[in-house]
Design a protein around this ligand. Structure first.
Ligand code: PBG
Length: 336
């Protein structure tokens, strides 16, 4: 790279020449988003009602197990490689220890089995954390206001095994307990699930952007306090490297950054430091904000969708978990 201070300015350079028409913009384009980059997060409801809208997430429904099979078929038809499954556990099944997380017939496991049987080629990613199952809405065991680390990790290992047995291809621990990746890897390997991958939510920040998700999985009303003793402080970035380094050393196959757009610097640092398959989660609040602005006529939704998703690629993400996945896939399919 030339040093502009050391050499005279080259007045003949006209960077706009490479932008003069769409054909040349296409030729010089450095990054593009394709359906191969998309992971579609979906929410599962108990009961037979096929779909129930989520007020804070326009276009996103909680779906029954039977309807989830249709969603999975749609993902395949759209060319989306994988979906991520999140349960809205009925409130009477939530307790202090999140015991429903270990039930082999819980919503996540029922959805896994039904989808695996119907569409075996679709990648199935499941969330490991206790928050959709606990009465207090935390990701771990709560004792006297503290989240217990090692006791939680022991439960997360069992949760991961229950999900692997039901057909999960990728276990995605989102709890931010210390040491959970190594423990879950060992538990999976001991049980013969050496082929089940781990996507670590390595740098997951305590964020205001998770609001609509907590509505979707019904933990908004139940959450006591905040998650700042386990999720990261958004003021930190070197710490994200420490978290990712540990996860990789402990056996993570893929690392993830969450939320997405406000954390592109972290995506870039993780990708350039470790070179691992690196993902970003464009979370519920980001999705809701874009929709809210578009509904009020302030931005064009499709343009903002493509721009934000391309920005993740530019930052170095290999893929994006996004509620826009089906809309983006349809948009790409329409393009000539
Ligand atoms: C919980 C979990 C959360 C999300 C994914 N897994 C919320 C939280 O940590 O409170 C958020 C996803 C989103 O906002 O779209 N383990």
């Amino acid at each position: 790279m030339r040093n502009p201070a050391a050499e005279p300015l080259d007045l003949a350079r006209r960077p706009r020449r490479n932008r003069k028409a769409e054909w040349v913009r296409r030729l010089v384009r450095e990054n593009r988003i394709t359906t191969d980059d998309l992971i579609w997060p979906i929410f599962i409801n108990a009961g037979e009602t096929p779909r129930e809208p989520i007020a804070s997430m326009p276009g996103v429904d909680r779906v029954s197990v039977a309807e989830a099979v249709n969603v999975a078929k749609e993902a395949v038809a759209l060319g989306i490689p994988a979906i991520a499954i999140f349960p809205n556990t009925p409130s009477h099944l939530r307790d202090e220890t999140g015991s429903e997380a270990l039930n082999p017939d819980n919503l996540t496991c029922r959805a896994l089995r039904a989808i695996k049987a119907a569409v075996p080629g679709l990648g199935l990613i499941t969330d490991v954390a206790l928050d959709p199952y606990t009465s207090h809405g935390h990701d771990g065991l709560l004792e006297d206001g503290r989240i217990l680390n090692d006791e939680t990790v022991a439960l997360l290992c069992q949760q991961a095994l229950v999900q692997a047995k039901a057909g999960a291809d990728v276990i995605a621990p989102s709890d931010m307990m210390d040491g959970r990746i190594g423990a879950i890897r060992a538990a999976l390997d001991d049980a013969g699930f050496t082929e089940v991958s781990i996507m670590a939510y390595s740098a997951k920040y305590a964020s205001a952007y998770y609001g609509p998700f907590r509505d979707a999985v019904g933990s908004a009303g139940t959450l006591s306090g905040d998650k700042k003793t386990y999720q990261m402080d958004y003021a930190n970035s070197a710490e994200a490297l420490v978290e990712a380094e540990l996860d990789i050393a402990e056996g993570a196959d893929m690392v993830m950054v969450k939320p997405g757009l406000p954390y592109l610097d972290i995506v870039h640092r993780l990708k350039s430091t470790f070179g691992m398959p690196t993902y970003a989660y464009q979370v519920s609040g980001e999705y809701a904000m874009l929709h809210a602005a578009a509904e009020r006529g302030m931005i064009d939704l499709d343009k903002a969708m493509v721009e934000t998703l391309t920005a993740f690629k530019r930052a170095g993400a290999d893929g994006i978990l996004t509620y826009f996945a089906p809309r983006m896939a349809r948009y790409l399919a329409q393009k000539p």
